[in-house]
Design a protein around this ligand. Structure first.
Ligand SMILES: *[C@@H]1O[C@H](CO)[C@@H](O)[C@H](O)[C@H]1NC(C)=O
Ligand SMILES: *[C@@H]1O[C@H](CO)[C@@H](O)[C@H](O)[C@H]1NC(C)=O
Ligand SMILES: *[C@@H]1O[C@H](CO)[C@@H](O)[C@H](O)[C@H]1NC(C)=O
Ligand SMILES: *[C@@H]1O[C@H](CO)[C@@H](O)[C@H](O)[C@H]1NC(C)=O
Length: 567
């Protein structure tokens, strides 16, 4: 197979490499292979081999059974078949939701809401799986390595949605039923991420470039060279426009002003006027003012650039909370962003429910390739819900009390001020609560070159209301604090438990190159999942370039950014 002495990654099993090589060669040579019997046995071996690195092997083998006797199946087919099976499983879960909540007349309003949330979230999951399916199909396999980060991030978001659905359900028996209903879907999603990673690793280890579809290869080559680097979901026309006009003056497509001096008086009206199938950036200027409205940027409203007159001038405020309004955390958000490629600049987002409202989100984001800069996000418990996908924050102020930066996305917060506020009596603060659920997810929360400080009221009370860098919302919670200044508001232990020993072995918390009185690591927690990074290359994994594939999309946002380490 002409590997030419190429070193095989330590994490990739030899059986797998052989198996996939057979599949790859089979895919390349197809009918030229002499002995039909040989081909059959090698293809079924390759299914076993591809399933070998997954965590749910039985489910994997079943999901790929259509490929067992197909000797022309390519690695793309394997990935697509895995995604296909996942789509089916999520659809089955949707039916299951209908069965679990089968008596609407007996349901209280909160349960009805949780049911609707689940249906929405699982539909997102299906749509994103379909998008990932075409992302894999659109690209030649030679670019799988470039796209691996993006594809894994999209598959990771599918798990986030499934979890958010579960999070909304309170009754324990319903939760168990739903969790069982979701089992196939979560397992297959996890498998799909493992398969993408394994195949991508093998292809690059063997330096194999494939032209599965010569026609699409030719098309790709005709596009401008840069085209292939942009996120896979972005349309070619968008790429051209976004690539050309991200610098210089912007002319708003819509102006929002409370005093009537714009085209609209509310942000909601401006969004409602977003033209169907708009190409390129859609620019909304929101003039100074306090906007008392709940805003949702819908999934179809992509590539919006919304800017205000400053984070203290243009403010969107709300006060919904879990406690006072009896609604799911997901629904408390003052401002929600679902449309990919959203950029927010010079605006403030607030939830003023106060600590007594418990969960009360100011800003919720599930948009891929989204960025916020020169912004404020102010709340108490759960201020910033970085729910899913890849997000970037720069030159922002983020304030809150408990778990105030939380979610299951890949998020980097850079050069920002993080303010810990006074909680309710008896409470402890946690800056983060990352929700990575499955070890295959590529999600995590990174805080780089930020300052973590208390609000004035809290400073003298910092030992009465202890504050920590983070706690594990889910088993594989991942958070890295690096190149930041940590104030003495943070306890010497650094991190706190969620509940007893939960996740302490499986979580992934790290600190690198921090300064300030709260940065000493000698009294930090001694959990298996926590470590201090001393190796620069390890820290580089968590930078915008590597962790968010920022080179492909951060330049399009216009946000200042560094792709690597500051020092
Ligand atoms: C085998 O895979 C090839 C390539 O994807 C496909 O065109 C063909 O229809 C498959 N054959 C069978 C029998 O499924
Ligand atoms: C995926 O599913 C669709 C519809 O169920 C089917 O037509 C297609 O052949 C499947 N593709 C693969 C690669 O399994
Ligand atoms: C999960 O998969 C198994 C095996 O394929 C199947 O029997 C079961 O019905 C599935 N469960 C749900 C809830 O779809
Ligand atoms: C892969 O192969 C191509 C052509 O055979 C060669 O130009 C390239 O340098 C190789 N890449 C690596 C990473 O070895």
């Amino acid at each position: 197979m002409g590997a030419g002495g190429r070193v095989i990654g330590a994490g990739v099993s030899v059986i797998l490499v052989i198996g996939v090589c057979i599949a790859v060669i089979g895919g390349l040579k197809g009918r030229n292979m002499a002995d039909e019997g040989d081909v059959l046995s090698t293809t079924s071996k390759s299914v076993a081999a591809i399933c070998n690195p997954t965590d749910y092997k039985q489910a994997c083998v079943e999901s790929l059974d259509t490929l067992v006797s197909n000797h022309t199946a390519t690695p793309t087919d394997f990935i697509q078949a895995a995604i296909n099976a996942t789509i089916k499983a999520v659809q089955q879960t949707l039916d299951h939701v209908g069965i679990i909540f089968d008596k609407p007349e007996e349901m209280n309003p909160y349960q009805k809401m949780a049911k609707e949330d689940c249906e929405d979230l699982l539909n997102f999951a299906v749509q994103e799986l379909q998008a990932t399916f075409s992302m894999v199909g659109d690209n030649d396999m030679h670019s799988l390595k470039d796209r691996e980060g993006e594809i894994s991030s999209w598959l990771s978001s599918v798990i986030s949605y499934q979890e958010t659905c579960l999070d909304g359900v309170e009754e324990s028996d319903m939760k168990i039923q739903l969790s069982n209903g979701l089992l196939n879907a979560t397992q297959l999603t996890s498998n799909a991420i493992a398969i993408v990673s394994a195949i991508s690793g093998i292809l690059s280890n063997f330096n194999i470039t494939l032209t599965t579809n010569p026609e699409s290869r030719r098309l790709a080559e005709r596009e401008d060279v840069k085209g292939g680097e942009y996120p896979g979901w972005m349309r070619a026309q968008d790429r051209k426009l976004l690539g050309s006009n991200h610098k210089g003056r912007v002319t708003p497509n819509a102006v929002v002003a409370k005093d009537g001096s714009g085209n609209f008086k509310t942000i909601g009206e401006a969004l409602a006027a977003y033209p169907k199938n708009h190409v390129g950036r859609y620019v909304i200027y929101v003039k100074a003012g306090i906007y008392n409205e709940y805003v949702t940027v819908e999934r179809t409203q992509t590539n919006i650039f919304m800017y205000g007159d400053g984070p203290r001038q243009t403010i969107i405020t709300g006060k919904k909370s879990f406690h006072f309004d009896k609604i799911t955390t997901f629904r408390t958000a003052t401002f929600s962003v679902m449309g990919n490629g959203f950029v927010g600049k010079s605006m403030g987002f607030q939830n003023t429910a106060g600590p007594e409202g418990h969960q009360a989100v100011a800003l919720r984001v599930q948009a891929d390739a989204s960025a916020f800069y020169n912004c404020r996000i102010d709340g108490y418990q759960d201020s910033l819900y970085v729910q899913a996908h890849r997000q970037f924050y720069r030159n922002c102020v983020i304030s809150g009390t408990i778990d105030f930066i939380f979610g299951d996305s890949s998020t980097l917060i850079q050069n920002s001020l993080i303010i810990v506020r006074m909680p309710m009596k008896g409470q402890k603060n946690s800056v983060t609560a990352h929700g990575r659920k499955d070890r295959r997810q590529t999600t995590g929360l990174v805080i780089q070159n930020c300052r973590i400080v208390p609000e004035q009221k809290l400073a003298p009370m910092k030992n009465v209301y202890p504050s920590y860098l983070g706690r594990p919302w889910k088993e594989y919670s991942r958070t890295v604090i690096m190149e930041s200044i940590i104030g003495d508001v943070i306890q010497p232990a650094g991190w706190m438990e969620w509940q007893g020993n939960f996740a302490l072995d499986t979580l992934d918390y790290a600190e690198y190159g921090n300064q300030g009185p709260g940065s000493a690591t000698n009294q930090r927690v001694r959990w298996r999942g926590f470590h201090v990074i001393t190796n620069r290359n390890e820290a580089l994994q968590y930078t915008a370039g590597q962790f968010l594939q920022g080179n492909t999309w951060l330049p399009l946002t216009g946000a200042p950014h560094i792709l690597g380490l500051k020092n």
